[in-house]
Design a protein around this ligand. Sequence first.
Ligand code: FES
Length: 134
Amino acid sequence: MFLRNISRAIYNCSGRASYVTKVPKPEVPKNPLEKVYSASQQKDNGIIYDKKPFKITLEAGKTYHWCLCGRSKRQPLCDGTHKDIFLKVTQRPIRFTVEKTKDYWLCNCKQTKLRPFCDGTHKNKDIQEANVKI
Ligand code: FES
């Protein structure tokens, strides 16, 4: 957003209609374990936990379990709530790792197509207008 605003400012100051700076889309990381564990192929998404992603520092090579069902109390990671037989949860957590130690944006709306990373799906109107109890 910040870079987008800068490019518009340059555009406006130059006074030329052809001077527009393109801002590259942010790179979304991939889960190296995606093809290893079948849980990554689950079709159903969980309930919307939050309408925005969660920033978290992850260590390279460490294995994490991202909550897909949306019911964990340790969001965005799994706390085992999906095992409660009374909740009848069908989703399983997504096992993942990262290649670099740094900050990542993990999906908290549970609707991303690039599990477990935020791909911007939370900006969709239906998600922003959904009733969410946190
Ligand atoms: S928080 Fe789910 S796609 Fe961004």
